[in-house]
Design a binder for this molecule. Structure first.
Ligand SMILES: Nc1ncnc2c1ncn2[C@@H]1O[C@H](COP(=O)(O)OP(=O)(O)OP(=O)(O)O)[C@@H](O)[C@H]1O
Length: 290
């Protein structure tokens, strides 16, 4: 079990005892990996997979799942997600119960029954990701929020959004979608394996993690006012009807541009240029589809 200590302001730590109880009651023998950094979490999870663990359970938000994913993707070892973070977009997309106890029970039931489902995963360079890879306005906001020492918590994002809105301008980006090249001015590009990012924003509304292909949402140049006005439509996914938005489908997405980086699952993934490939069925999961 990987526990993201900072997740959900301590919600993951608080849920750990419950998850242990549920797994033990199901006859399983869980072990908590004592990692305090993401790198250590990834290394310990990889060692556990190498040693033949039956599953990796990630307790936390999308960052916890992202760390576990680096160890399990492509191995057949299943991942169980127990949502306890600020953003739980992978759990949402996979139909994992919202309540940590129910999520642990669902995972335990599937492990006991040998019920494992496979979904696709994204791979960019050496990194795996599961939800949405973004580049442009959103990655710049995350990048800036990560560099801010103050304020703490989600208020950092409010400050970062305002700062990035103030310097909003379309960025020239070359997109190569399955070999088809286009150079466009964009506000943001979201490459979706699943639909949601940023804690419940349905940026790639039709993305299906079992179809072997990414859904790519491209937001062209928009004014500050329009961006602020359209953003609430992300919750329902109706932003794709906006004339500045186009949606594409591709297995291989190459992004080329100056001074931009990519984030996926809320974590930094790679600076541009970056190639992302949809790896069909690379991720085995339990406790989903509820
Ligand atoms: N086992 C771990 N040990 C230490 N840090 C971890 C671990 N797992 C994940 N992290 C890091 O902790 C941060 C927060 O984790 P997570 O995303 O799970 O929670 P969250 O509440 O959704 O966080 P946030 O919304 O602030 O990103 C992430 O940046 C992640 O890389």
């Amino acid at each position: 079990m990987l526990v993201s200590p900072a997740a959900g302001r301590g919600r993951a730590l608080a849920a750990t005892g419950t998850v242990l109880d549920v797994l033990r009651a199901a006859g399983l023998t869980p072990r908590v990996l004592a990692a305090t950094t993401r790198a250590a979490a990834e290394a310990q999870a990889a060692a556990a997979v190498g040693a033949g663990t039956a599953a990796v359970v990630a307790i936390g938000g999308d960052g916890a799942a992202h760390a576990a994913l680096q160890a399990v993707a492509g191995t057949g070892t299943p991942l169980a997600v127990v949502p306890a973070g600020t953003g739980n977009d992978l759990a949402l997309a996979l139909g994992v119960p919202v309540d940590p106890r129910a999520a642990a029970e669902a995972a335990a039931a599937d492990l006991r029954a040998g019920e494992v489902r496979t979904v696709d995963a994204g791979r960019t360079g050496q990194r795996w990701w599961a939800t949405v890879l973004c580049c442009g306005f959103d990655s710049a906001v995350t990048d800036r929020a990560n560099r801010l020492r103050w304020p703490r918590g989600s208020r950092r994002y409010d400050v970062a959004i305002l700062a990035e809105l103030a310097r909003l301008r379309p960025r020239e980006l070359t997109l190569v979608l399955d070999g088809e090249l286009r150079t466009v001015a964009v506000t943001l590009v979201a490459v979706g394996n699943t639909a949601w990012y940023g804690g419940g924003m349905r940026v790639c509304p039709a993305a299906d993690p079992a179809d072997g292909v990414f859904d790519v949402t491209v937001v062209g140049p928009v004014s500050r006012r329009e961006l602020v006005r359209t953003r609430p439509r992300l919750t329902a996914g109706t932003h794709v009807e906006h004339p500045a938005v186009t949606v594409h489908r591709a297995r291989r997405v190459e992004l080329v541009g100056e001074g931009l980086t990519t984030y996926a699952d809320g974590e930094p993934v790679a600076p541009l240029p970056a190639v992302s490939v949809c790896m069909p069925g690379a991720l085995s999961v339990v406790g989903t589809g509820r």
